[in-house]
Design a protein around this ligand. Structure first.
Ligand code: BF8
Ligand code: SF4
Length: 627
């Protein structure tokens, strides 16, 4: 395959070079498998196929010539709405279950049964506890942590009316959710009810199904994901601006390279500590390596980058290619977005692949289960094995591409407030004066259907050129960082107003806000801005985008953003276009209900235009100068 075809797959140099090497090494990648899958099933692309029961599977003919109902009588609206509801249920469940695992570690820390973990941010523990009505004054941290963990567990199971952290949303938004009947109750309850309603013969009103889908998504955004982020901060520290580096060039030829991939910092934090262990570093030197080099992939990488500046090797589509470098001694995975192909890719090299969660096992990986009571110990033993594996590296197969790019990460609501001198006023002033036109969240995945990283970087570049401050997370944040957009110097690439604001604060025009569960940091910031202005979130000049999304989690994120009042544009088309009614509601009618809606636009230039026009429209609504 020639260079041109690699360039069609990715805009990144490290990606292109490793695609060429993967071909030389006979390794199949996600792009090859996408090609092999062509053409995709048209019914599924439109959302018009259903296999929810064994009277089917059924499909609806989009041209109106074949069947217009499934065996049970479900029409295109019902089938499309049910399918979308189930995507959101899966996404919300994934984020929320990740959050639950953290709550369990918090409880174990309180009980003294988690030797590898501590409470890193006690002030935050006390702040969040107070929000839950847990007495924090004058009590020792362990007792507060135990009560907070139990209060959060109630959010998952037994809360009867509303989630604990909903109080963070502005009052008009909460009142709107109440009026629409979409105030999320228990986190597990909303997912479970979504699955119930989409069983054959339960909810067959497509609008009613979509309302539950929104409630389910809100239980993720203001529930499971928010708990995940808050407890991660309590256990591992609230992010502060930190320098790091990104792309496959962060791997080191003369060191033991270890990658962590997945989402939950429970595993990656303990691995990081073991990588800094003096005895293991000595052992690495004895083996001829100059050190132990820990790198991150995907969102658990973002978690480590945000809190400790651990370098980032790449995003979703780079996970196979990181192995193709031939320089990786060990990759440890927890869960989510870990392609089941990784074991097969690793088998072409000396890389040891380790799965760590009882809920996520993979072909071609060795399973070593992490629990809060054995994590510290197990991490030591595994890093030691990675060190031993250094000697088995085949130098002929090693190729580390590209020079790493510098970035600043670690933006949280807390650290942004600090950068602003303790209050949101400077940001509000910049918005009011029009120096900053608005703010946008650019979030989500990579998808081989979109040229790798182009969606994120082109959209983000256009937004900052037009004086829109960008907050990014997940794989989008990694893409933008590789593109040099998360350095203070990138202010030069921004419009004059944004450039002035960023230069005076010494911040980049694109702020790395963390992993995908950390999208809730953007929600909280939006809520605080709305409260400061005495407005609902939907009145603010904000917009969101997931230009390269692939995951069901991204659908849940998009839905809770829109339900929270933030216009959101998706790159790849979600499987809903088989129903004119559902598509019309999502991309139009929702605006009357929620003050925000979806758009679908795979071209990042067009997506930028849509976001900018929505932002200017909201400015006008607030009586700020239009453009
Ligand atoms: O939670 S952005 S590909 S790694 S789903 Fe996955 Fe998408 Fe990346 Fe993070 Ni989020
Ligand atoms: Fe077919 Fe209805 Fe069963 Fe779906 S639920 S597979 S449409 S019969």
């Amino acid at each position: 395959m020639d260079q041109k075809r690699f360039s069609q797959r990715t805009i990144t140099e490290d990606g292109r070079l490793m695609l060429a090497k993967s071909e030389r090494d006979g390794v199949e990648t996600v792009w090859d498998r996408l090609e092999a899958q062509q053409p995709h099933c048209g019914y599924c692309e439109l959302g018009l196929s259903c296999r929810n029961c064994s009277m089917g599977p059924c499909r609806i003919d989009p041209f109106g010539e074949g069947p217009q109902q499934g065996v049970c009588g479900a029409d295109s609206d019902i089938i499309v709405a049910r399918n979308l509801g189930r995507m959101i249920a899966s996404g919300a469940a994934s984020h929320s279950d990740h959050g639950r695992d953290l709550v369990e570690v918090l409880e174990a820390v309180a009980d003294g049964s988690a030797p590898g973990y501590t409470i890193a941010d006690e002030a935050k523990l006390r702040r969040v506890a107070a929000e839950y009505g847990v007495e924090a004054e004058g009590r020792e941290a362990g007792a507060v942590a135990r009560d907070l963990a139990r209060a959060m567990q109630e959010d998952y199971g037994t809360r009867l009316s509303r989630l604990g952290l909903l109080s963070r949303a502005p009052e008009p938004r909460r009142a709107l959710w109440d009026r629409l009947g979409i105030t999320p109750r228990g986190i597990d309850r909303e997912t479970s009810e979504m699955m119930h309603r989409t069983h054959m013969g339960v909810d067959n009103d497509w609008q009613n199904l979509l309302l539950q889908a929104l409630r389910n998504a809100l239980s993720d955004g203001w529930g499971g994901s928010m708990i995940a982020t808050e407890v991660s901060d309590i256990l591992f520290g609230t992010p502060q601006p930190v320098a790091s580096r990104v792309n496959l060039g962060v791997l080191k030829e003369d060191q033991v390279n270890i990658a962590v991939h997945g989402h939950n910092p429970i595993v990656s934090e303990t691995i990081m500590r073991a990588c800094r262990d003096e005895a293991l570093l000595r052992k690495a030197r004895d083996r001829g390596a100059s050190g132990i080099n820990l790198v991150g992939l995907c969102c658990t990488g973002n978690e480590l980058l945000m809190r400790h500046g651990v370098p980032m090797a790449g995003n979703h589509l780079m996970t196979e290619l990181a192995l193709v470098t031939g320089a990786m001694e060990m990759m440890l995975v927890d869960y989510q977005c870990i392609m089941p192909s990784l074991g097969q890719v690793a088998s072409c090299y000396h890389t040891q692949m380790i799965s760590t969660s009882d809920k996520a096992k993979f072909p071609g990986m060795e399973h070593q289960e992490f629990h809060s009571d054995n994590a510290a110990d197990l991490a030591q033993r595994l890093v030691e094995r990675a060190v031993d594996n250094f000697g088995r590296r085949n130098p002929d197969k090693v190729s580390i591409p590209s020079q790493p790019v510098d970035l600043v990460g670690g933006f949280s609501v807390e650290s942004v407030l600090q950068a602003l001198g303790g209050s949101l006023d400077p940001l509000l002033e910049a918005l009011k004066s029009g120096k900053i036109r608005g703010a946008a969240g650019v979030v989500g995945c990579n998808n081989p259907k979109i040229r790798h990283d182009l969606g994120h970087t082109a959209l983000t570049s256009r937004l900052i050129e037009n004086d829109v401050l960008v907050l990014d997370t997940g794989c989008a944040a990694v893409a933008n960082a590789k593109h040099g957009l998360e350095q203070a110097e990138a202010a030069e690439r921004a419009g004059p107003g944004l450039k002035e604001v960023c230069s005076s604060l010494g911040i980049p025009p694109v702020l790395h806000f963390g992993s995908c569960v950390d999208n809730v940091r953007i929600l909280v910031l939006a809520a605080e801005l709305a409260k400061a202005l005495g407005q609902d979130i939907s009145a603010l000049p904000l917009a969101g985008a997931a230009p390269e999304w692939y995951s069901e989690k991204a659908v849940s994120i998009g839905a809770y953003c829109v339900a929270s009042g933030i216009d959101t544009v998706l790159g790849p088309t979600p499987p809903v276009t088989g129903s004119m009614n559902v598509t019309g509601l999502l991309t139009g009618g929702l605006e009357d209900l929620l003050g925000a809606r979806f758009a679908v636009e795979p071209d990042p230039e067009e997506a930028a235009k849509w976001m900018l026009s929505r932002i200017e429209g909201k400015r006008k609504g607030l009586g700020l100068d239009g453009r």
